[in-house]
Design a protein. Structure first.
Length: 127
């Protein structure tokens, strides 16, 4: 189902080579507004992730406060989670979707995640 959804999604975006993808595709990445978004098959659902950028060393307290408030109840993250990588230098956003029942749900989930990535990049890095 993941493969079929990815192929349909890529065709909808008019990306060439959608049919040439390997059937046992474990994940796919695409770039949107300068950010790589990765979709990973995790039957019956999927995982979405993106690197938002490097933690600004001059303002860590401000960034941490925004991240904590954003993660609270998942409202500002649409139930994704914003945090740091293991080095503590890169800000990541990740979401686990336990089930994807239709292409429409797949597309809407990816769209919401991309919108959330865009929101958080602006929130954290634009003054």
């Amino acid at each position: 189902m993941f493969y079929d959804n990815v192929v349909k999604f890529l065709k909808e975006l008019n990306i060439e080579g959608a049919n040439a993808l390997p059937r046992e595709l474990p994940s796919i990445s695409f770039e949107t507004e300068g950010t790589n978004v990765t979709l990973t098959d995790s039957p019956p659902g999927m995982e979405l992730s993106a690197n938002l950028g490097e933690l600004i060393p001059e303002r860590p307290e401000e960034v941490f406060s925004k991240i904590l408030l954003g993660n609270f109840l998942g409202i500002a993250t649409k139930h994704a989670c914003v945090g740091l990588d293991e080095s503590g230098k890169q800000i990541l956003i990740q979401a686990f979707i336990p089930t994807v029942r239709s292409y429409r749900e797949f597309r809407d989930t990816v769209e919401d995640f991309v919108n959330t990535v865009t929101f958080w990049k602006k929130e954290l890095f634009v003054k």
